[in-house]
Each structure stands twice: as C-alpha cells, then as structure tokens.
Design a binder for this molecule. Structure first.
Ligand code: 13P
Length: 258
C-alpha cells in the first residue's frame, strides 16, 4: 500500500516560500513515502521547477470540469499538467462551502482530472452538526458514492482524504477511534459494491486531514487504513511538514530490507 504525505497550502505562499520547498527537499531526498505539495496556482510552475528531479510531487487545489473556454478565473486540468502538476485536490470542504460545489460538480471535475491523467484526491468529511447528529458515515458514504458514480479509476489514479470539516484549522481532531471507524468504513465502501467495478478499491490510499501536526502524526499513522495525511497549516513550514513526512516514512517498510 502506498503512503502519501500531502500538503495543501490553500491560499498561502509567495515566491519567498519556495525556500521552504528547497529545505524540505534537502532534508528528505529519499522519503519512503510519497511526498506532495499543492501550492496556490500562482506558484505551481515555479514550485515544479524547484522540485524537478527530487522526490517531491506537485499538485493543484482544484480544476474546472472543462478543458478550456470562457470561465474567468478558473483553471483546467490540462493547465495544471502544463504547469507541472501530477495531482489535484477535488471537493475540499472549503470549496464545497465557499464555491457551493456539489457532489455532481465534483464528480464532473474528477472525470476530467482522471481523463487528463492527474491523480485525483477526493476530499470528504462531515460538519460538526452532522457528527453530533450521528450522520458522519452517511455523509461521507454519500459523498463517495455521488462523487465517484460511474467513474473508472485505479489505485494509482485515486486517493481519498477524510477531512472532518470541524477539524480543519481548528486544532481539534476526532479521537483515534473515530478516525479508525471512518477509515474502516471508507475502505469497506471503496472495496465493495458498484464503486469497485475494476476490483481495485482495496488498494486506494486513504488519507486523514484536519489539524495533523508533528505531535499527533505518529498516532494517526499507526491506525489501520490510514495511508497518510492531507496537511494544511503544518505543510507551510519545511520543519513541520518534514517531521510529518519522517513520521509516515517510519511506518513504511524499509526498501533495502529483503
Ligand atoms: P489543517 O491541517 O490546517 O487543519 O488543514 C487541513 C486541510 O484542510 C488540508 O486540506
């Protein structure tokens, strides 16, 4: 199972922050896990240049369902690729809220991203009100079902990130038991039923996101069915993100051991 430490810079970062990327690459030339940073679109190609030849991969934070056209301010999957991205985050709760993105819109974006050979990171997660009402599994189950309906993907082209909305940027996290429960449910959902028409659901990487930091990473990465993290605030500094990469790498098998 691949493991991925992914950073989402959101609307943060200018040219001077590329130094953090240089530090990250220098400190982690050969991590055992995959390492990805999704900067704002304005930094994508410059960050891709800095990352060229290193283990660091680069991704976008959203894409439009169409490849080109009259959509002021939007960015297509083709443009992300052109700028050096290999991945794209889709359906982040901030886009669901700020831009009223629906599951149907997210599904359309996923289809385009997969067509354009980008690895799609589908984000799902419940609000605090939904958790308190006992609806967490129903909410994430529906987001997965509607988001992936009739799409064909492989274990290499799809990643799912569970990000409880109330845990994002708040310093709060679910308990380890709660994270494990949702991840087991996601694994079961993706493994079985119509979603897994090609039988590959068992190998889709499942990331946890929401207030991941160096101090809680080890415990979260030790959970079954957690294959990495999608990190916001703590991905902006090489020292913090590097510590999270280190933590995830420690949970991967040593490739030099027989
Ligand atoms: P924080 O790590 O800042 O809570 O953000 C999580 C997130 O939304 C990543 O996509």
């Amino acid at each position: 199972m691949r493991k991925i430490a992914a950073g989402n810079w959101k609307m943060n970062g200018t040219a001077e922050d590329l130094d953090e990327i240089r530090k990250l690459i220098a400190a982690h030339p050969k991590p055992r896990c995959e390492m990805l940073i999704c900067p704002p679109a304005t930094l994508l190609s410059r960050l891709a240049d800095v990352a060229a030849g290193s283990a660091l991969m680069v991704g976008g934070q959203d894409c439009h369902p169409r490849l080109s056209g009259a959509h002021t301010g939007d960015i297509s999957a083709q443009m992300l690729r052109d700028a050096g991205a290999t991945h794209v985050i889709l359906g982040h709760s901030e886009r669901r809220q700020d831009h009223r993105e629906t599951d149907a819109m997210i599904r359309a974006k996923l289809e385009t991203a997969l067509d354009q050979k980008l690895v799609a990171i589908l984000c799902v997660g419940e609000t605090l009100a939904e958790r308190e009402a006992g609806k967490t599994l129903a909410v994430v189950g529906e987001q997965i079902r509607a988001g992936l309906q009739n799409l064909s993907y492989t274990i290499d082209s799809l990643i799912i990130a569970y990000e409880p909305v109330w845990a994002i940027g708040s310093g709060l996290t679910p308990t380890l038991e709660e994270i494990a429960e949702v991840h087991a449910f996601l694994r079961q959902t993706i493994r079985s039923g119509p979603l897994s028409s090609n039988g590959s659901g068992a190998g889709v990487a499942l990331l946890y996101g929401g207030s991941v930091k160096p101090s809680n990473a080890d415990a979260i990465f030790a959970l079954p069915d957690v294959n990495g993290a999608l990190v916001g605030g703590a991905s902006l500094r090489a020292s913090d993100f590097g510590a999270i990469v280190q933590s995830l790498s420690a949970s991967c098998p040593d490739p030099t051991m027989p």
